[in-house]
Unconditional design. Sequence first.
Length: 232
Amino acid sequence: MFIDNLNQIRYRIREASARTKRNPDAIRLVAVTKYAGLDSVRALLDSGLVAEVGESRVQDAERKKLELGGLADKVRWRLIGHLQTNKAKKAVKVFDAVDTVDSEKTAAALDAALSDRAETLPVMIQVKLTERRTQSGVDPGGLGALVETLKKYPRLKVEGLMGIAPDVEPVEAVRPSFRMLRELRDRHLPRGLLNMGMSRDFEVAVEEGADLVRIGSQIFTQPSQASMEAPE
């Protein structure tokens, strides 16, 4: 099932890319496995059809990697959920990248956790794109200052910006949020990547410049079920 779903997703990415004359091969698909059963994740990784997966919680990713064994090493693991600073030491052992840095406190905790390692950790800055109090991310107005602050932490390699668009209807209504994130990237991290777009809105995200899209329900559920699942 997921192979057909992946083929359909990649077709839609190609179509969205064509509409804006982008190279579809430059757009990376992050398979969000946080709601998927272990057997489904195992089958997905065994297929070799994805190179990156996303998990929201450190402990869930740690458990899955242990149960998957060597199969877990076939992909890069990205943290796409809010990081509690007291879990930074474990996070740098479990994940290959952290996409949700939204404060100096988080950056400092990650940098300290890497003190005994020679390599740097790829990170992204999460920007808040909604008014929801529960939504993590730095306010757009504070992004410039945070970008400058993160230069103090040499063990962190800032790759770009990540954002979660508001859950609004119609889907086209998310476009201004993605466009704002692109404009913020152009202003503060002109060489940075854009990590934006999920199952319901990834085509709009691609049209607005996404380099990474995070897709879960569209991979692991039947088409008729996808609208009932969580949006990533």
